[in-house]
Design a protein around this ligand. Structure first.
Ligand SMILES: [Zn+2]
Length: 429
């Protein structure tokens, strides 16, 4: 991608309206734009990050037998009345339609998936079933804040599981929890994301939140100093001792909830009469579970965890591009060599993408800063954007038939001969 053609605008000054680091950096670096409080547009850079996160999540959901589908955002009022949540869920967006009709904008999808499952599941032979979607959700928050950490419209992955018995359901729930840990690890948040015990509501003793430590977080979690079990505030109040090891010392930390998993049991099966016929011909209610991850919030949490005073430092797994190629001067020779390098790098991506035996894409995507700007301006913008590898080509480096290569999260740069660059990248990225 040529930076001269990229749809974005950076701002070197702090965003006065930003109330978190991720909000400030993502808006200033041209990843997102605020339309109104709690509602954001994702520009091409932000969209690429979102897609990378989405693919990590999708891969891990498919590994635990999730089938992807897409449910509507606009829901009939009747379904929400049936579960009692039309009146009790205060963040539900309610819309008047033509005539006397009323609708809800989905803040979650149990009211849609349960009646849909009823049309498909009849016998124990149809179970278990796991379906998921990645889709927009809406919450009528009184206070939207912290940029994309708490919004009114957001993209979520929600998976729903359907089981005949508690033991199999419990086993799947643990499998899903492990998939979540894998997802956060792949997104670079493994070390600071805790599976956190939370209250389970009326059908289960506990649910699990996945909390990422950050000062921008609105939640407080308590981490056992002995065994690292984390519990949320409600649970800490209920059980002052660690439920795993009995220790009574906890460390209090601020965190943001990036995911949650919940044993719904028969809470939604009952109102929608969602049953299956067992081996003996008896009708029984189906046990449901739901498993959510907020993608935008996850993106914000990654920036909270991975930045410095100059800007964002994306982990390679989610970065919008892997390489940021900077040409420093506009003299014809530098221009020519930079263009050649850009073509070679781009080719490296497409060639390996289609010709390797495994069919795996090498993922060498390049943003080429082909603009005639000062070196200082280019470096500052590159640091703000946070692409993991910066490759600089200039008269100075060309004298040595080299480019300068620097990793965003390291201080030192090194000179690499142009002719060895491709093999270096293949080996190191
Ligand atoms: Zn403990």
């Amino acid at each position: 991608m040529l930076q001269s053609k990229l749809f974005y605008k950076t701002n070197k000054n702090r965003n006065a309206n930003a109330d978190s680091v991720s909000h400030d950096l993502l808006t200033r670096a041209g990843y997102i734009d605020q339309l109104m409080a709690g509602v954001y547009s994702f520009l091409p850079l932000g969209f690429r990050v979102l897609k990378n996160i989405e693919n990590i999540i999708r891969k891990n959901m498919e590994l635990i037998d999730g089938q992807e589908l897409l449910l509507p955002s606009l829901h009939p009022k009747e379904n929400w009345v049936k579960t009692g949540r039309w009146d009790t869920l205060d963040v539900l967006f309610k819309l008047p339609g033509a005539g006397d009709k009323e609708y809800a904008l989905g803040s979650t999808h149990e009211e849609v998936i349960a009646p849909l499952a009823k049309k498909v599941i009849f016998s124990y032979k149809d179970l278990p079933l796991h379906v998921f979607q990645i889709q927009n959700k809406f919450r009528n928050e009184l206070r939207a804040k912290s940029g994309i950490l708490r919004t009114r419209e957001f993209i979520m992955k929600d998976l729903y599981s359907f089981y005949t018995n508690q033991a199999d359901f419990d086993a799947y729930y643990e499998k899903a929890a492990q998939a979540y840990i894998n997802i956060f690890k792949e997104c670079g948040l493994g070390k600071i994301t805790y599976r956190t015990l939370a209250s389970g509501g009326s059908f289960s003793k506990y649910s699990d939140e996945f909390q990422t430590l950050t000062d921008a977080g609105e939640d407080l979690i308590y981490i056992c100093t002995k065994c690292s079990l984390a519990v949320n505030k409600e649970i800490k109040a209920e059980t002052p001792k660690c439920t795993k090891c009995g220790n009574d010392k906890f460390e209090e930390k601020k965190a943001v909830e990036v995911g949650n998993i919940f044993k719904l049991g028969t809470k939604f099966s009952t109102p929608f009469d969602l049953k299956f016929t067992d081996r003996d011909g008896h009708d029984k209610p189906i046990l449901m579970g739901c498993y959510g991850i907020g993608l935008g919030r996850l993106m914000g949490a990654i920036v909270e965890a991975s930045h410095d005073e100059r800007g964002i430092a994306w982990p390679k797994s989610v970065a919008p591009f892997l390489v940021h190629l900077l040409r420093l001067e506009s003299n014809p020779n530098v221009k020519k060599e930079a263009q050649k390098l850009y073509t070679d790098l781009s080719r490296l991506q497409s060639n390996t993408g289609s010709s390797t035996k495994s069919g795996q894409n090498s993922n060498i995507s390049v943003l080429y800063d082909d603009r005639d700007k000062s070196a200082g301006e280019k470096f500052a913008e590159s640091d703000l954007m946070g692409i993991p590898l910066r490759i600089v080509i200039s008269e100075k480096t060309l004298v040595k038939n080299s480019v300068e290569l620097k990793e965003r999260n390291k201080k030192e740069s090194k000179l690499i001969k142009i002719k060895t660059l491709m093999s270096y990248l293949k080996k190191n990225v």
